[in-house]
Design a protein around this ligand. Structure first.
Ligand SMILES: C[S@@+](CC[C@H](N)C(=O)[O-])C[C@H]1O[C@@H](n2cnc3c(N)ncnc32)[C@H](O)[C@@H]1O
Length: 215
């Protein structure tokens, strides 16, 4: 059972999303079969609209996994798009490298192996969009660095921010997840009240926060 949006609504919305690029669709099906936690289809659909409507050409992603969302974002940005994506698992980076090469996207994807908390400090670029999709307990620790790396007018998109409903309701909290819940609540308060950001939290997928960096 889904604690954020009722299953029948989610299924209906997903059913309306047309199948896109067949290679990406095959990639999505394989990743799901391999139990890789990739972005939900409706979240993907929303971010693709964001990328195209805001003419986003540079993205920093935290949490590559096998490279599925990075490939979707490159496809949405077109040939001018560039993504830097950080992943701490060597195994994931190797698979992502293979997948991205097969899609002919290697020139547009810079895979960075390491812990995002350390690697983000080494980046001296700014981006049109940052997609936070790594360990949920670290979002709060990455916030200052993300703001430093975001262009004025850029968007910070944070996935899984409602975490199976636990963030909004104590009744749903599993005891061993309490640290994630506390830190995510702290993060959502911070991005909702930050003087440089305008934030909305959407009950989409596992919860998506979209924050616009004021110009
Ligand atoms: C939800 S998956 C990413 C899915 C991917 N964005 C997609 O939609 O295709 C999260 C990934 O973040 C990675 N990760 C978690 N914490 C991290 C950290 N501190 N630094 C780098 N990667 C991290 C995990 O190893 C995992 O592969």
């Amino acid at each position: 059972m889904n604690e954020i949006v009722q299953d029948y609504i989610e299924d209906y919305i997903r059913g309306l999303i047309p199948k896109g690029n067949p290679l990406l669709e095959a990639f999505r099906i394989k990743a799901i079969a391999d139990e890789i936690p990739i972005i939900h289809s409706e979240v993907q659909n929303y971010i693709e609209i964001l990328i195209k409507s805001r003419n986003i050409k540079s993205i920093l992603e935290i949490g590559t996994a096998v490279g599925y969302s990075a490939s979707v974002f490159v496809n949405a940005m077109g040939p001018q798009g560039q993504i830097d994506t950080i992943e701490r698992s060597f195994k994931m980076v190797s698979q992502a490298d293979e997948n991205i090469e097969k899609l002919g996207m290697s020139d547009q994807v810079n895979l960075i192996l390491g812990d995002a908390l350390e690697k983000i400090e080494t980046l001296d670029k700014t981006y049109d969009m940052i997609f936070l999709d790594g360990a949920k307990a670290h979002y709060i620790h990455l916030l200052d660095a993300c703001l430093r790396c975001l262009k004025p007018g850029g968007v910070l998109v944070s996935d899984n921010v409602l975490f199976k409903g636990m963030i909004a309701s104590n009744a749903l909290v599993i005891r061993r997840k309490i640290t994630i819940v506390k830190r995510m609540r702290e993060y959502l308060l911070a991005i909702s009240n930050h003087p440089q950001l305008l934030t909305t939290i959407l009950p989409l997928g596992d919860g998506l926060a979209v924050s616009w960096m004021k110009e």
